[in-house]
Design a protein around this ligand. Structure first.
Ligand SMILES: *[C@@H]1O[C@H](CO)[C@@H](O)[C@H](O)[C@H]1NC(C)=O
Ligand SMILES: *[C@@H]1O[C@H](CO)[C@@H](O)[C@H](O)[C@H]1NC(C)=O
Ligand SMILES: *[C@@H]1O[C@H](CO)[C@@H](O)[C@H](O)[C@H]1NC(C)=O
Length: 163
């Protein structure tokens, strides 16, 4: 029994190492693509909303009003606008609360991976990112579809810590 737990643990650790190595490799590839194409690219003319909200009532979280003071020019390789929204739900055996926001960020960014990372059981934490590449396109609420592959990786990490 002990041996099989050790075997499971070490294969999990191996898998995690492999995944992070792959991720690093992809970053390398992406960076080299960025470097080689930077010279060929036109000037960065992108503008994005840039702000941080810690309550849902913040004007950053709710961009319906005139928010020209939150508009910023993007520089260098930061050629995408993004919205990252952190929220959570809590569940009892009978019910789940509505999604509550606890932070939201809008910014220019170089790398943007759309989707959600979800962790937890009773209390579920959601980190959702959405990406776009036209000026002032990052006005949305930042809700996104869950990427289940990411969930699996997160579960594996939690498992490997717990074991
Ligand atoms: C936007 O991104 C820059 C560079 O990564 C960072 O320094 C800055 O704090 C971010 N702004 C907000 C409002 O999160
Ligand atoms: C938004 O506010 C700016 C100044 O803060 C003003 O110049 C602009 O006309 C306003 N836009 C709208 C649509 O009200
Ligand atoms: C959940 O529902 C059951 C059956 O209706 C009830 O007995 C129980 O008290 C409820 N639990 C909570 C935490 O509300």
């Amino acid at each position: 029994m002990r041996i099989s737990i050790v075997a499971v643990m070490s294969s999990l650790v191996l898998l995690l190492l492999l995944l992070s190595a792959l991720e690093g490799y992809c970053d390398l590839l992406r960076d080299s693509v960025h470097v080689t194409s930077a010279a060929a690219r036109p000037n960065n003319e992108l503008w994005c909303y840039k702000c941080l909200a810690e309550v849902p009532e913040d004007k950053c979280a709710d961009l319906r009003h005139n928010n020209s003071d939150l508009i910023h020019k993007c520089h260098n390789d930061r050629r995408m606008c993004m919205v990252k929204r952190f929220s959570y739900t809590t569940s009892t055996e009978n019910s789940t609360t509505a999604l509550k926001m606890w932070a939201l960020e809008r910014n220019c960014t170089k790398h943007c991976e759309p989707g959600c990372i979800v962790i937890g059981e009773r209390t579920k934490l959601y980190a959702c990112t959405s990406c776009c590449s036209t000026s002032l396109c990052n006005y949305g609420s930042g809700a996104g579809k869950a990427i289940f592959f990411k969930n699996i990786v997160t579960v594996l990490i939690l498992l490997s810590i717990a074991l």
